[in-house]
Design a protein around this ligand. Structure first.
Ligand code: HEM
Length: 464
């Protein structure tokens, strides 16, 4: 018989100071490392731990595979909402955003259905294969064109427009707008720790994000929606699908614009950063780089460019991507909010309104589950069916789980290995003069995704 949650204790956690709660754990140099702070606190307080950063409300961090399964599957419906940062309220963005709408909302369900049909259905994925192949080829050509000279590159060769499922015109303006919005979006904000200060917007973040979003929305309207409508083209991509729904009055223009803003702000960046992390880890481990490139050479022979239908022949490359996502999941903390009374987790009561953070970073490095947990060992994923993205193993969930699981999983699990392969095939990467593999800096920094703290540099040498 289930124990009534009212009789269960609250999860243990650090004793907070008056007013600031446990906010001091997360300030200064640690403000971009909440995943590591929560991982070390969990060592003291256990895999279901509560804390209160400032006056933002009660939070519970979840850091074990068993507790993650209980949160994401058993309590999937109870955890329907997300934490909404103050900047996401700029231009009422969060009220029409797939990321921030509760999973009970109609618009959220419609967006999810569109993405499932477009990004997961085998027929759609096959139809967009040529687009991904073209993109990968374009990337390989641009890296090869930089062979041997100029500034060392890796960070910056990909931008989110390369990895979302649509192309935009006007590259540089678009990039500048995105960078400006992201800068404020990802900066720690006093309005989140002390919501009663939010109306004053003391750091000015919401005002700046409003200005940035206004320009971004206009950009999408003019360069993207209007252009497509004027051209009369039907490419069958996401934009066309959404415009068809707009024509049937199922979707407003504002909802379309916000949808694409989300796609570019967050989703493209997850794929981009995974490729960058894989490169950083391979440059730090030249033996693994050699292995991945040898597999490419053996499988592709003299073929100039990798295509998606080559990927089946590249198990080691897939293992590199999987191991990268274990060590550096782009979304290390899954933020949810309890929307019902009476929820329990790990034998503790978790009251309505509590924010729950599932710490994928901690789970991916759990030494009780993963041998050599801090080491980069792609081999662990060779022939290991259990560690599948959709599998039952909650020690490995880089795309999340439950009804809010990443809808881009199938798309990204094709695109990321393809992009990585395209910059490894026939290209030797050299570290800048004077730099040894052990000097590659793997420090991370959590903003919207888990970024490399410092840009990664290496020089590509094309080997025809
Ligand atoms: C390596 C690439 C990617 C990784 C690791 C990743 C990971 C994730 C994770 C962990 C979540 C949160 C899931 C949860 O809360 O349980 C998420 C959400 C989401 N992802 Fe991805 N993602 C990637 C690429 C993409 C791509 C390419 C797209 C679309 C083109 C996409 C679209 C989304 C959307 C729309 C959500 C929000 C879903 C919702 O709240 O209902 N992602 N992703």
């Amino acid at each position: 018989m289930p124990v009534p949650t009212a009789s269960l204790p609250l999860p243990p956690g650090p004793v907070g100071l008056p007013l600031v709660g446990s906010a001091l754990h997360f300030i200064g140099p640690l403000s971009h490392s909440p995943h590591t702070v929560l991982t070390s606190l969990a060592e003291t307080y256990g895999p279901v731990m509560s804390f209160r950063p400032g006056m933002a409300g009660n939070f519970v961090a979840v850091s074990s595979p068993a507790a993650a399964r209980e949160a994401l599957i058993d309590n999937d419906a109870a955890l329907a909402a997300r934490f909404v940062p103050d900047v996401a309220r700029a231009m009422a963005h969060s009220s029409e955003s797939i990321f921030f709408l509760p999973s009970s909302s109609d618009l959220w369900r419609q967006h999810r259905a569109t993405l499932a049909a477009h990004l997961s259905a085998a027929r759609s994925l096959d139809a967009t294969r040529r687009v991904r192949d073209r993109r990968a080829r374009g990337l390989a050509e641009s890296v090869r064109a930089r062979s041997g000279g100029g500034a060392p590159v890796v960070s910056g060769i990909l931008f989110s427009e390369d990895v979302a499922d649509v192309r935009v015109q006007g590259g540089q303006l678009f990039r500048d707008l995105m960078v400006a919005v992201l800068e404020d979006w990802t900066r720690p904000n006093v309005s989140d720790a002390f919501p009663f200060l939010a109306p004053m917007d003391l750091f000015g973040s919401r005002r700046r994000v409003s200005r940035g979003l206004t320009k971004l929305y206009k950009f999408f309207e003019d360069e993207f929606i209007e252009r497509r409508l004027d051209s009369g083209d039907n490419r069958g991509d996401l934009l066309d699908v959404l415009l068809e729904r707009h024509a049937k009055s199922d979707l407003t223009r504002s909802e379309i614009t916000k949808f694409f803003t989300d796609m570019f702000l967050a989703t493209g960046n997850t794929s981009r950063i995974t490729v960058e992390w894989a490169m950083a880890l391979l440059l730090k481990h030249p033996d693994k780089m050699k292995e991945a490139q040898a597999e490419l050479a053996a499988s592709l022979g003299s073929k100039d460019f990798v295509e998606e239908n080559d990927l089946d022949k590249l198990p080691y490359l897939h293992a590199v991507v999987k191991e990268t996502l274990r060590l550096q999941p782009p979304a290390p903390l899954l933020p949810r909010q309890v929307v019902v009374d009476g929820m329990s987790l790990g034998g503790f009561s978790v009251p309505i309104g509590t924010y729950v953070l599932v710490n994928l970073w901690a789970i991916g490095r759990d030494s009780t589950v993963w041998p050599q947990h801090e080491e980069f060992v792609p081999e662990r994923f060779l022939g290991n069916q259990a560690a599948d993205f959709r599998g039952l193993d909650f020690a490995y969930k880089p795309f999340g789980a439950g009804r809010r699981m990443c809808p881009g999983l199938d798309f990204a699990s094709r695109l990321v290995p393809l992009l990585l392969a395209s910059i490894l095939h026939k290209i030797e990467w050299r570290l800048p003069a004077g730099m040894a593999p052990e000097d590659v800096d793997l420090k991370d920094r959590y903003s919207m995704v888990l970024e490399l703290a410092k840009p990664l540099h290496a020089v590509p040498m094309f080997k025809p």
